[in-house]
Write a protein that binds this ligand. Sequence first.
Ligand SMILES: Nc1ncnc2c1ncn2[C@@H]1O[C@H](COP(=O)(O)OP(=O)(O)OP(=O)(O)O)[C@@H](O)[C@H]1O
Ligand SMILES: [Mg+2]
Length: 235
Amino acid sequence: MIAIAFRGLTKTYGKVPAVDNFTAEVQAGRVTGFLGPNGAGKSTALRCLVGLSRPTKGRTRILGKRYPQLKNPLHHVGAVLDSRGFHPGLTGYQNLRVLASVGGLPGSRVDEVLAQVELTEARNKRVKGYSLGMKQRLSLAAALLGDPDVLILDEPANGLDPAGIAWLRGFIATQAQAGKTVLVSSHQLAELENVVDDVIIINKGKLVASGSLHDVTGDQTLEQAFLRLTGGAQS
Ligand SMILES: Nc1ncnc2c1ncn2[C@@H]1O[C@H](COP(=O)(O)OP(=O)(O)OP(=O)(O)O)[C@@H](O)[C@H]1O
Ligand SMILES: [Mg+2]
């Protein structure tokens, strides 16, 4: 089953397309790595997917629907995008409490997700006093509020310390075991290689490869395959 689809997605800012006629699919119940060099169009494509950016052409689907058409979207999709803004003057708990009530979710979910991302101790601290890694965990907690079937994570390891990255790896594996669909962008290829089933590689807005990890890498490491496919290899 296809959980996420990009169909001829094009997003142009000025003259150069950030995403250029991009078509790719994410299979349900699998972890898919979304890779590409800086500026390749990953965040733009993910923003289009969750309705934060309007495509110039083409379309995206989550569970067969446009994001705004999903009923109870928080139950279906959770996203961690770099743009997520928390209120700096409110505590982590208070920020999530607001999101839960807007989404019609019980307040009891807030402490559950804070525990899930190991942020319980910092729950009563104002977000302006959070480190980057703590904010990243809070974003993840927010994405988990509705216990969604599909998780969209844009560089979730950003700002995490080594223990945090190891924790994230376990977290993603647990999500996959529970049958969730995870689409995760990252530049940490050696790390990603341990958690993904499938990969999608984008370069200059265009699809360059997609398929199972093994189909895309062959006998190379993910980093070697990535550099070969995106023209970044030193020869
Ligand atoms: N709001 C915007 N206005 C103008 N140009 C933009 C905007 N957002 C993205 N771009 C441009 O679109 C291209 C793709 O950017 P995008 O952020 O999607 O790349 P990315 O693959 O997420 O990169 P990174 O790995 O650095 O996060 C870049 O050239 C970027 O400068
Ligand atoms: Mg990005």
